[in-house]
Write a protein that binds this ligand. Structure first.
Ligand SMILES: Cc1ncc(COP(=O)(O)O)c(C=O)c1O
Length: 456
């Protein structure tokens, strides 16, 4: 494993990094594991032209996932998405994009001056949560835009909703269009039958997966898997050299390597334990009366059980109350709270979480399906790049009706733009923004003093 090689390296470092693995220099270096932090020296390979330990490790990752190639990402899935889009299209190309994609996809498209054609996810009737992307909607979009060069969608989403990747790929591939799946939340899928299938085994040309979100690996670690006759994996590698540091952290790469080895050696045992902890949690939560755990009522193609979505009349109240009980959740919206589980969760942690929910359930107002609002597809008045070049002003959300947005507004997490540059602020968008503002400070981004940036 890469970490063993790092530990065995005792040479005097007349090279970067400047701390020289001298952890006596400053206490933080020891605590951060700087004694293993090196750079591309003899015997340690190079992420950007790998032919040694990194190459071998990436080959193993590809094999474990069942893909032709795997590329290590030290800049999160963000780096993989930027590179995959740059590799998959030429400047100015048309791309079919799910509207509920993460901001990294929007940034990637902007950098390539791409022309996005948006496809809306089905909005879940009872909760307003963005649901699955339907293969028939991708088919219609391709029929109307046969010159599109790439399809991009997220599966699973922040809430754990998956789409029929197999069905979507079948349609796109019939037209020789590759499918890039943002699988940032799906690095743990497909290893045992207790969890949903992964994107690559369903036919995705590229799946970009954040190890750090659900598996035992350091923050920023991710893998870009390529399994395609339509995408040149060398092009992806070339673009990754553009978007990733020329000094990638060996701590991060050793973490990815360690995680892949762990999956290869112990997946059955580890996923079995995770699944048992989850089953125990869900069983305990069956007694909830006022809060409700999101279930697949048939409207979603799939729902990843590792994401616990708690439906509530008051998201901020629920997450603040849990915080007071020592639990920090991943995402809060006015209408629900997302608690992410990961391979690192123990039965005790999930048991405590369930008992806190049961205690809070007694004080919670009964959840019902009123008041929930979902993503809507705004009318487009201008191309993103053009709107960004226009003169702008800031206006109160209340005064923004029919104005053209000059910037992105999104809740973070999940980082899905509610409105993008060039889109028109409708009554529904205004209501959605107001709902988030009412829920509290800090949920929406790019909206200082509750004002939106609009074209003058
Ligand atoms: C759907 C989705 N895609 C991509 C990303 C970016 O992943 P990373 O943080 O690993 O760069 C995120 C981050 O939250 C995400 O939620």
């Amino acid at each position: 494993m890469i970490i063993d090689k790092l530990s065995g390296n005792k040479k005097i470092p007349m090279h970067m990094p400047g701390h020289k693995r001298n952890t006596a220099l400053a206490p933080y270096l020891k605590r951060l594991g700087a004694d293993l932090d090196i750079t591309e020296i003899e015997g340690f390979d190079n992420l950007h032209s790998p032919n040694g330990i990194i190459y071998e490790s990436m080959q193993k990752a590809a094999e474990v996932r069942g893909a032709k190639s795997a590329f290590y990402l030290v800049g999160g899935s963000t780096a993989g998405i930027l590179a995959s889009v740059a590799a998959g299209i030429e400047r100015g190309d048309k791309v079919i994009v799910a509207r509920n994609c993460h901001k990294s996809v929007y940034n990637a498209l902007e950098l390539q001056d791409a022309k996005p054609v948006f496809v809306m996810p089905k909005i879940h009737t009872k909760t307003g949560i963005s649901g699955s992307i339907e293969p028939c909607d991708i088919e219609d979009a391709i029929k109307e835009n046969p010159d599109a060069k790439l399809v991009i969608l997220t599966s699973p989403t922040y809430e754990g909703v998956t789409s029929d990747i197999k069905g979507i790929c079948k349609i796109a591939h019939k037209h020789n269009i590759p499918v890039l799946v943002d699988g940032a939340h799906g690095a743990h899928l497909g290893f045992t039958e207790d969890f949903l299938l992964d994107n690559i085994r369903q036919g995705a040309d590229i799946s970009v997966e954040s190890l750090h979100k659900t598996l035992p690996s350091l923050t920023q670690t991710a893998v870009c898997y390529v399994n395609s006759n339509l995408v040149d994996s060398q092009k992806v590698a070339d673009k990754l050299s553009v978007f990733q540091s020329s000094s990638p952290s060996y701590l991060l790469m050793a973490s990815i390597d360690g995680c892949i080895n762990l999956l290869a050696e112990k997946k059955e045992e580890l996923f079995l334990a995770w699944n048992q902890h989850l089953e125990y949690f869900y069983e305990k939560c069956k007694d909830l009366e006022n809060l409700k755990i999101l279930e697949n009522d048939g409207e979603f193609f799939g729902l990843d059980k590792t994401k616990i979505v708690i439906l509530t009349k008051n998201g901020p109240w629920l997450s603040n109350s849990l915080r007071e009980m020592g639990i920090e959740c991943e995402m809060t919206t006015p209408w629900y709270v997302v608690a992410m589980t990961g391979m690192g969760d123990t039965k005790e942690m999930l048991s405590y979480f369930a008992s806190c929910l049961l205690r809070l359930d007694k004080d919670a107002e009964k959840w019902d399906e009123t008041d929930t609002l979902g993503l809507t597809l705004p009318e487009k008045a201008m191309e993103t790049a053009d709107a960004k070049k226009e003169e702008y002003e800031w206006v109160e959300v209340a005064d923004s009706l029919d104005r053209i947005s000059a910037g992105y507004v999104f809740a973070y997490p999940p980082g899905v733009p509610i409105i993008a540059p060039g889109e028109v602020i409708s009554e529904e968008i205004k209501t959605l923004l107001s709902g988030y503002i009412k829920a509290g400070d800090g949920i929406l981004q790019n909206i200082p003093e509750n004002k939106v940036k609009v074209v003058k």
